[in-house]
Write a protein that binds this ligand. Structure first.
Ligand SMILES: Cc1cc2nc3c(=O)[nH]c(=O)nc-3n(C[C@H](O)[C@H](O)[C@H](O)COP(=O)(O)OP(=O)(O)OC[C@H]3O[C@@H](n4cnc5c(N)ncnc54)[C@H](O)[C@@H]3O)c2cc1C
Length: 428
């Protein structure tokens, strides 16, 4: 059953779409939490570059840490499209919460709905079913938080080389050695969902031997290192991790041996999950601009203007009206592509759908920053003061295009190459 979107009482960040009752109630919940709790706290995480623990307590209490855990395992059983809508709604109120929430949710989405669409042998399927039960249970019963540290500062996270972090098979588990950079949720996560390469003695490392392991935060030999003082997304606390002979039991395998690589080939939409945060930010920058130009925001306090208070209205200038129209046109294009891409996300997409997915990712990541840039130009000098959210949205929005494996550059690279060359084709 599909309900009309108007019953929500607000326009979701993903835009007005036909929604199922479950999507409607989850979007209402995300909007309520974002508006009443996350928005007011966002400046504090940004200023101190600290993790939004209070927001995670709220997400946990609302059951949202188990959003994509199947209902049969006690979760809310949201599918891919529903997660993407909810994440965009959270991103509208706190970018750092939405981005870190993505890392956590992916550990359930990949092992849940996505894994169900990846080819596995019967033995692998049975092993996966047994192990993911333990993993889901921790989230449902204990509210455990997962991080997703893949990046190493090499071509590995770009999907062009094996991960330098290795896992050596030993009795009862694996021994992990290596280093990760940009580990969002570092120091906050209970488990780090690490991608590493199975070390097979003298054999050359191979991307097909990528392993996906949950390393408990309390593991001996695991340390969080380095400072965290970035331009934007400061609340993600994405410090470095070092693994020195870290023993990880067999049951911490989040996917059977070799399955992650197959999954990444099968489900390109798994990397699009970084985008909704930035669609949320683009909505926030647009909404702020409209309210600010109308004089609905008190520029001195950042609070909604009160009746009888002196308001600075800027909406009568044609140049500002044109800028708002331009922002809206770009936002509508981003939302439309995003909505289509999440609705058609599936294993083994056609070439046309894959190109659209890349186009959606690029449009959202670069578009969010374009909209934030126009928002500051249009609202004017006083709008970029630190007590207003716009300058934070501008800084946060710049980070989307840097996320591997689909940085803005690498998406262009893929689109051009995959358009002009069919699989296996080469020039003389
Ligand atoms: C706020 C924030 C949070 C993050 N959180 C996480 C996280 O939780 N987990 C995680 O795994 N990562 C995370 N990242 C890291 C992100 O995904 C990238 O890995 C990181 O930004 C890359 O930085 P770099 O300086 O190594 O980039 P680059 O040097 O641009 O890329 C690294 C390597 O990728 C290859 N590459 C890059 N661009 C190209 C190109 N155009 N053509 C060919 N090869 C190319 C090259 O081999 C290059 O050396 C986060 C980043 C940010 C900004």
């Amino acid at each position: 059953m599909i309900d009309p979107p108007s019953t929500l009482g607000f326009t979701p960040a993903v835009g007005e779409l036909p929604l199922t009752p479950k999507q409607r109630s989850l979007l209402a919940l995300a909007n309520e939490l974002g508006r009443t709790r996350f928005a007011a706290r966002a400046a504090q995480w940004d200023e101190t570059a600290s993790f939004p623990f209070a927001n995670y307590d709220d997400l946990r209490d609302a059951g949202l840490l188990a959003l994509c855990v199947p209902e049969s395992h006690g979760g809310l059983g949201a599918d891919y499209a529903t997660y993407m809508m909810v994440a965009a709604e959270i991103g509208r109120f706190c970018g750092a919460t939405a981005l870190t929430y993505n890392m956590h949710i992916c550990s359930t989405l990949w092992t849940g709905v996505l894994a169900d669409g990846i080819a596995m042998s019967d033995a692998q399927r049975a092993e996966h079913a047994r192990r993911r039960e333990l993993h889901f249970k921790r989230i449902v019963e204990r509210g455990a938080i997962y991080a997703q540290p893949f990046s190493e500062g090499s071509a590995a996270a770009a999907g062009r080389a094996p991960f330098g972090t290795t896992a050596r098979k030993v009795e009862g588990g694996w021994v992990v050695n290596g280093r990760k950079i940009f580990a969002s949720l570092s120091g906050a996560a209970d488990y780090y969902g690490v991608l590493c390469t199975e070390a097979k003695g003298d054999e050359k490392p191979d991307v097909c031997d990528t392993l996906y392991l949950a390393v408990p935060a309390t593991s001996e030999g695991l340390s969080v290192l380095g400072d965290w003082n970035p331009l934007g997304m400061r609340g993600t606390v994405s410090r470095n991790l070092a693994f020195n002979e870290v023993f990880v039991p067999d049951d911490e395998q989040l996917m059977p041996r070799g399955v992650y690589y197959v999954g990444a080939q099968t489900w390109p939409a798994m990397f699009f999950t970084l985008a909704p945060t930035y669609l949320g930010i683009a909505n926030a920058a647009y909404d702020f601009t409209v309210a600010y130009l109308r004089g609905d925001i008190n520029e001195a306090t950042g609070e909604p203007s009160r009746p009888g208070e002196r308001r600075t209205v800027r909406r009568m200038y044609p140049t500002k009206q044109v800028a708002v129209a331009q922002m809206r046109i770009q936002l509508e294009a981003m939302k439309s592509l995003f909505a289509r891409a999440i609705q058609e996300a599936a294993p083994n997409p056609s070439k046309d759908a894959r190109m659209r997915l890349y186009a959606a990712h690029y449009s959202v990541m670069e578009g969010a920053n374009d909209i934030a840039r126009l928002a500051i130009r249009t609202c004017g000098g006083q709008s970029m003061m630190k007590h207003l959210p716009l300058e934070r949205l501008y800084r946060d929005s710049r980070c989307g295009s840097l996320m591997l494996p689909w940085t803005a550059e690498l998406v262009l690279d893929r689109m051009g190459r995959e358009t002009l060359y069919e699989a296996g084709e080469q020039d003389e």
